[in-house]
Write a protein that binds this ligand. Structure first.
Ligand code: ATP
Length: 218
């Protein structure tokens, strides 16, 4: 389904969000107060305009109210980012997602009702550290502070075993959601499914349980 998004602030983060949404064939309104940034991005958005994200009148005039989803990617000007968030939440925009610069910024954004707050540099740093310290984990998604989904390589320890024999749920409190292999993905695999060389396991669980599983179970 084609959705409508507005992205305010076209730095590295904002522009890459625009690129991706545009590639996915969604409608994207891109806004920045720097004309050069807007020109650079115009090919990768449905509409790109030069405007100040803290100008309430302008935001109303361009019909920002019609957007269910606005991403604020204004970086260093924390004051502008906060004001823009406040204006959009007062306009009852359903989803206002904001890039935060630091923990104080995050706290304020949370208080004024930002629906999702990102720390791209921090999150990416954490992700890279996670990969560097685990040779088995291929990818992971944070579901909340406590829960994640990881994609992990099947090692010799489990190759040839069935899911029932691995007994991951009882031993580690984690659940194997899917097994990826060369021919495709087996979603919700049966207990008698045998793990083969080259398989990737998609596992959900509490982060502590996943760590135990990575260390001892695979
Ligand atoms: P990134 O890491 O994503 O490149 P950054 O954290 O370095 O970004 P900035 O470059 O400070 O952040 O800001 C991102 C973009 O937001 C810039 O292109 C800037 O012109 C734009 N911007 C800043 N203030 C406003 C504003 N009030 N209205 C619209 N755009 C703004």
């Amino acid at each position: 389904m084609r959705k409508q998004f507005a992205v305010i602030g076209l730095g590295r983060f904002g522009s890459s969000v625009c690129h991706e949404l545009n590639e996915m064939n969604h409608e994207v309104l891109a806004i920045d107060n720097d004309e050069q940034k807007v020109d650079k991005l115009s090919k990768h958005a449905t509409q790109a305009i030069v405007a100040d994200g803290t100008d309430e009148k302008m935001l109303k005039n361009i019909g920002i109210r019609n957007f269910d989803h606005v991403i604020i990617a204004i970086g260093e000007d924390i004051q502008a980012s906060i004001l823009c968030t406040l204006i959009l939440k007062e306009m009852n925009i359903k989803q206002v997602w904001v890039k935060a610069q630091n923990d104080y910024h995050h706290k304020v954004l949370d208080k004024i009702g930002a629906d999702k707050i990102f720390h791209p540099e921090h999150d990416m740093g954490q992700r890279i550290a996670e990969f560097l310290t685990s040779e088995k984990v291929i990818d992971y998604i944070d579901l909340s502070e406590d829960f994640s989904i990881i994609e992990i390589i099947a090692t010799k320890k489990v190759i040839g075993k069935t899911l029932a024999e691995m007994d991951v749920r009882a031993k580690y409190g984690c659940t194997i959601l899917a097994i990826k292999h060369s021919k495709g993905v087996n979603v919700t695999p049966n207990a008698d499914e045998t793990i083969k060389e080259g398989d990737l396991l998609v596992v959900i669980g509490h982060k502590n349980d996943l760590k135990r599983f990575q260390r001892d179970g695979i």
